[in-house]
Design a protein around this ligand. Structure first.
Ligand code: DI6
Ligand code: FE
Length: 401
């Protein structure tokens, strides 16, 4: 790959210490071997950088490629009928307890072969890529038997081969109790979930291990058994916690040094302190909050005060967040949760990288991957500000223009 430089642009480096988006006016970015070889004010560029072929950006804004650190884009079927039921008055939990919800997607996912899972996920992936996403996390969790959990993860891996995007997988076997184990969550964990995790690890299909700690899913004791195995397999941990109630999932996840705890609407002060102590990211998912018309907001002020890094993601899933726009998630993070536009952009770049355990992306700096999003905007606040508008001009993945 030949080296080149981008110039006549404003760079939002998103480096933590920099503040103010790490903005560099009239910046130059040199790209070589898929990495950022140099970045700074154009006037400071060394001679060998100035000698590179230059692609002028006409004053556009360049940010790190966006990272959607929490999605469920691989699944069968849809839940539009459930959307109607909620509009007729049923709650998300009522639908789940009546055998709808996650379990209805499990049925559709079990019925789909691997090709179908790939084909139906691609338009969702393409929608995210069209907004500058260069790294995406994809979870299993709609199989809930060994065969289908593995099929979902294989489908997720294939997505990464089909598009210029990096796919990171999380094993989410502890997502719901399948109908054949109704009333026996312990039996499901011990007889299916742990074996599925072992098989996924053996095939190299899982980059992380996730769970759903909630009244309609699993308690902390059950999740801990999954995390113990994850630890044995040397896989990092994440957790859906404190979304609809507080079961102490965040404290549990923090005790395992989790990469992230996600949703966290019902997180309390003890939970915030635990996250601060363990360096765990809080992933905010405003699409689910919006879709379920929740009223309990995540404790953003407490998180901010305790210096817990906050990421933002789509949670793209057929039930609680049928959303395929990370820009909309940023907007909702600001409008619904009162994040600043800078926090929202950090939440889909630098902090989202942390939530996935990456230290080679999420900021623009020398030596980082050249995953770039080039925007037709003058100021980075515009990215979170508009609703339903996509100003992406061009996306660069691993230096490939
Ligand atoms: N929380 C979520 O937001 C998704 N999973 C979870 O544990 C929702 C899954 C669904 O409703 O299909
Ligand atoms: Fe989720």
């Amino acid at each position: 790959m030949t080296a080149y430089a981008l110039a006549e642009l404003t760079a939002a480096t998103m480096e933590a210490e920099a503040g103010a988006y790490g903005l560099i006016e009239d910046a130059l970015i040199a790209v070589s071997e898929g990495q950022i070889a140099w970045i700074g004010p154009r006037g400071d560029a060394p001679r060998e950088v100035r000698a590179l072929p230059i692609h002028k950006q006409e004053g556009r804004l360049v940010t790190p490629g966006l990272i959607d650190c929490h999605t469920h884009i691989v699944h069968g079927g849809d839940r539009a009928r459930e959307f109607e039921m909620r509009l007729e008055g049923a709650s998300y939990e009522e639908i789940a307890r009546a055998g709808g919800g996650i379990v209805s997607t499990v049925k559709a996912t079990r019925a789909a072969d691997e090709d179908a899972l790939v084909e139906t996920a691609l338009p969702r992936l393409d929608s995210l890529i069209a907004e500058g996403v260069t790294t995406i996390e994809v979870k299993s969790g709609y199989g809930l038997d060994i065969e289908t959990e593995l099929r979902m993860l294989r489908a997720a891996r294939r997505l990464g081969a089909k598009r210029d995007v990096e796919v990171i997988t999380s094993f989410l076997g502890a997502h719901a109790v399948p109908p054949e184990y109704a009333g026996d969550a312990d039996g499901y964990i011990d007889e299916v979930c742990l074996g599925a995790l072992e098989a996924a690890a053996e095939e190299g299909l899982a980059d992380a291990v996730d769970g759903f700690c909630e009244g309609i899913a699993f308690d902390t004791g059950q999740i801990a058994r999954v995390f113990d195995l994850a630890e044995e397999l040397d896989l990092p941990i994440k957790l859906h916690a404190e979304q609809l109630s507080n079961l102490g999932g965040a404290v549990l996840a923090a005790s395992y040094g989790a990469l992230s705890v996600d949703h966290v609407e019902y997180l309390d002060e003890a939970g915030v302190d635990a996250l601060a102590e363990s360096g765990t990211v809080a992933v905010l998912l405003p699409g689910a909050f919006y879709t379920l018309r929740e009223t309990q907001k995540p404790p953003v002020d407490l998180l901010r005060g305790a210096d817990v890094p906050m990421a933002v993601a789509t949670d793209c899933n057929p039930g609680s967040s049928p959303m395929t726009s990370l820009l909309l998630a940023m907007n909702m993070g600001c409008t619904l949760f009162r994040l600043t536009p800078e926090e929202a952009l950090a939440g889909v770049t630098r902090v989202a990288a942390d939530a996935l355990g990456f230290d080679d992306r999420g900021v623009l700096a020398e030596g980082m991957r050249a995953d770039l999003a080039i925007w037709d905007v003058a100021h980075p606040a515009e990215l979170a500000y508009r609703v339903g508008f996509n100003p992406l001009h061009h996306r660069i993945f691993g230096g490939a223009r």
